[in-house]
Design a protein around this ligand. Sequence first.
Ligand code: TXA
Ligand code: MG
Length: 331
Amino acid sequence: MLQGTFLILAVLHLLCAMAEIGTDIEKAKALLAQGQLVGIPTETVYGLAANALDADAVARIFEVKKRPHFDPLIVHLHDPTAIGLYAREIPDTAREIAKQFWPGPVTIVLPKRAVIPDIVTSGLDTVALRCPAHPLAQELLAAIDFPLAAPSANPFGYVSPTTAQHVNDQLGREIGYILDGGPCAVGLESTIVGFEPGPVIYRRGGLGVEEIERVVGKVGINTILSSNPKAPGQLASHYAPRARLIIGDIDVLLKQFDGRRSGVLTFSRDFNLPYQRVLSKAGSLREAARNLFSALRDFDNMPVDTIIGELVPDEGLGKAINDRLQRAANN
Ligand code: TXA
Ligand code: MG
């Protein structure tokens, strides 16, 4: 009897502590308008959103994520033409990228206007802007009259979420509502481009660099690791699962580690091991990108201390996948 009561209380406690998950745009809108945080789907990863023009609401994002204040946020817009409201001195190449790829998985960094609070940009005089392509995100952004500041909805340094449940698992106790848009179609964060004054890639991501170069010509790459990075997604150790991840030649690693007791992460080959995840049996980089973060999270629920893994082919989206794998391995 007593045990039963305890069990019911424990379950109730768990349920109360979790966020509500649903597709109610009105509810998300009302919470955001009150300065609260909402988990939102985008085509890249799920975001932890607040009214970007409300400094107090944005401060909560840093608290909930336990994110250092030197790490600026991306501001999400509904209408590409709104960039002029939040940024100034917009080069033609930036306009061209926005025109070709928005809504989509690319973020552009431009000198900011004063209406964007300093806490959003961590005091930088530039702001990162993006128009997300996910239909629910679009619907929400159309329904509100302010842009949304939203980092990926994970605790700082951990793997980004690609389902509403991922968000709930880690941040559900801290937020009231998560808009459920299903699994993210891209699965990697947006590509970040700055202008110095020519286009420079700060973070590889869901839009291939080659695609950007087709529109604006050769771009610079500046994804250098540092302790005070322009984009802390660049921090050497990021996107990290619980177990130690070791990346190398998987055939060699399988000789060094017990493949039945370790996590095994491969691109396309299936060794039928108990704790293996294959990113894409068909060898598709798109599918691998979609599965990467879920696979890394899965290992957290397996009895393994070590994960051995391999890089994917280093071309197109593969370069962004390999970037995340290498950072996840850098613990
Ligand atoms: O796909 C995405 O970009 C997702 C979804 C939710 O939109 N967001 C995302 O946010 O990945 P976050 O906060 O995890 O990563 C944003 C990156 C950070 O590494 C930050 O340093 C960089 O954007 N960033 C933001 N503002 C910047 C600025 N003014 N200059 C340089 N980098 C900036
Ligand atoms: Mg992030």
